[in-house]
Design a protein around this ligand. Structure first.
Ligand code: UD1
Ligand code: CA
Length: 478
């Protein structure tokens, strides 16, 4: 008894007013179509077919090897789209779920119930329905006296009385494959939109004496669909809440779930605290006992246990255990920060490694750099990694000390245990345990200011005194 699913995703979704296909719009950072395919994967069906059409190549590229595709050249309606998928369907598929690519919140458990209902009752079709306070825009399910389904009427074709009905078609169905094929061949497009409606198969099956049932979805949020950007935001809000709830149940503290944005594929360890205004995106993983936020954005980050990240941005970078990032740090792609490292305020890292127990406490830029363990990088240190044409690497070995306001002009190596004096511009390698100072010597002139002021007073009289400027005056008192 093979089972399959057909996902309809050929229509562009004109109400989105987008150059991007509707099913490629993201919900919690993941294209809608992938939400559905990931959920279908949990069902372990024998086959999944996606019907593509407009922007078929873009949609197929996102689908990858998660499903087979069928091509609907012209969008003649949901019934026609389903028909296009039939030749691709394996011969032994007994029950097929049909659903739409614009409703990304459906759960595998609900689909399993729908399949079981179809198989258990021997019905030709089971349509998933929902009782809504506001059914506007959706097809209404008309029930027979015995509770079976008589037909589904689209809102555009419905009479005023039918529009009062609050039981809607969610656009999710389980069909006996043979009955579906049979009914599809009988479709016409004699309706307000001149389309071949999949929904009409239900009335056709009933007319042929077959049983059509409905199953009500427990949680109407699950079947929310996206036709425009307002609905996209509504679906996003539901998905966001769901993801936060999932992680809270797994032992993560989320102080304000309404202001926390966790992507669908993110993973978070126990006893981690997520503070408001935080975005965890892409394939980000956060370990246990971390504190992330407030107001931080992590994309493709790998954060080990016990790390803290405050008011910072981390992209495609690794943060080691018990490291402390921010406030106001920026870790750009390719950065790796070791255990117990401190990356403080206004520090930018790009493609830079900072070894265990090192400190970059404030106002520094490390680009294309390899910093060892137990290194102190002072305030205002800059790796001068770009000569206008090429990028060069800076290496600072273990236990080195780089004083404040140092320029490390790459390519350059500061050896193990070496000491670079504050204010130096380092252009030559510093050997291990060496000391480098590269700045002009200080000149100190005792009583310089006092003498200078006296000279001026004598020369110019009281009025000129008001205009005295030390820096701007070229005349020397000496
Ligand atoms: C559809 C249902 C409606 C239901 C609602 C639930 C029909 C006729 N109507 O309406 O009863 O309440 O969904 O959300 O089925 N598609 C194709 N090829 C086509 C036409 C559509 O692949 O030729 C795809 C679209 O890309 C979309 C899905 O089918 O993903 C649904 O089409 P859409 O136009 O959004 O249907 P609704 O008007 O929302
Ligand atoms: Ca729709």
């Amino acid at each position: 008894m093979a089972r399959a699913a057909i996902v309809l995703a050929a229509g562009l979704g004109t109400r989105m007013k987008s150059s991007r296909h509707k099913v490629l719009h993201e919900v919690c950072g993941k294209p809608m179509i992938l939400h559905i395919l990931d959920e279908l994967a949990r069902l372990r069906l024998d086959q999944v077919v996606v019907v593509v059409g407009q922007q078929g190549e873009a949609v197929t590229a996102v689908i990858g090897d998660r499903a087979e595709t069928a091509y609907q050249a012209e969008q003649l309606g949901t019934g026609h789209a389903t028909q296009v998928a039939l030749p691709v369907l394996r011969g032994d598929v007994d029950t097929v779920v049909v659903l739409y690519g614009d409703a990304p919140l459906i759960r595998a458990e609900t689909l399993e119930r729908l399949l079981a209902e179809r198989e258990g009752t021997g019905a030709a079709a089971v349509v998933l329905s929902a009782e809504l306070d506001n059914p506007a825009g959706l097809g209404r399910v008309i029930l027979a006296a015995d509770g079976s389904v008589e037909r589904v009427v689209e809102e555009k074709d419905a009479s005023p009385a039918e529009r009062q009905i609050r039981l809607v078609n969610t656009g999710v169905y389980a069909f006996r494959t043979a009955d579906l094929a049979d009914a599809l061949s009988g479709l016409t497009n004699n309706n307000a939109q001149q389309e071949y409606y999949l929904t009409d198969t239900l009335a056709i099956l009933r007319a042929r004496g077959r049983l059509v049932r409905t199953l009500r979805v427990e949680d109407a949020d699950e079947v929310a669909s996206v036709n425009d950007r307002v609905q996209l935001a509504a679906v996003e809000a539901i998905a966001r809440r769901r993801i936060c709830e999932r992680w809270m149940r797994e032992g993560v503290t989320i102080v304000d779930p309404e202001r926390t944005y966790i992507g669908a594929d993110v993973r978070i360890g126990r006893d981690t605290v997520i503070l408001p205004g935080t975005f965890l995106e892409g394939q980000t993983t956060v370990g246990e006992r971390c504190v992330i936020g407030p107001h931080s954005r992590l994309t493709g980050a790998e954060v080990a246990d016990g790390a803290t990240i405050e008011y910072s941005v981390v992209r495609d970078s690794v943060v080691g255990p018990d490291a402390s990032i921010g406030p106001y740090a920026y870790l750009r792609p390719g950065s790796r920060v070791g255990a117990r490292v401190k990356i403080g305020d206004f520090v930018e890292l790009k493609n830079a490694t900072v070894g265990d127990d090192s400190k970059v406490s404030h106002l520094a830029y490390l680009g294309d750099a390899e910093v060892g363990r137990r290194v102190n990088v002072g305030c205002g240190v800059i790796t001068v990694n770009y000569d206008g044409e090429q990028k060069h690497r800076t290496v600072v070995a273990d236990d080195a000390f780089v004083g404040s306001n140092v320029n490390l002009v790459a390519p350059v190596v500061v050896g193990e245990g070496a000491y670079v004096c504050a204010g130096s511009t380092i252009t030559d390698d510093v050997p291990a345990d060496g000391f480098a100072i590269a700045r002009s010597r200080q000149v100190t002139k005792p009583n310089y200011v006092k003498n200078w002021k006296q000279t001026r007073r004598r020369a110019d009289g009281p009025d000129a005194r008001r205009q005295v400027s030390l820096a701007g005056d070229s005349r020397s008192p000496e």
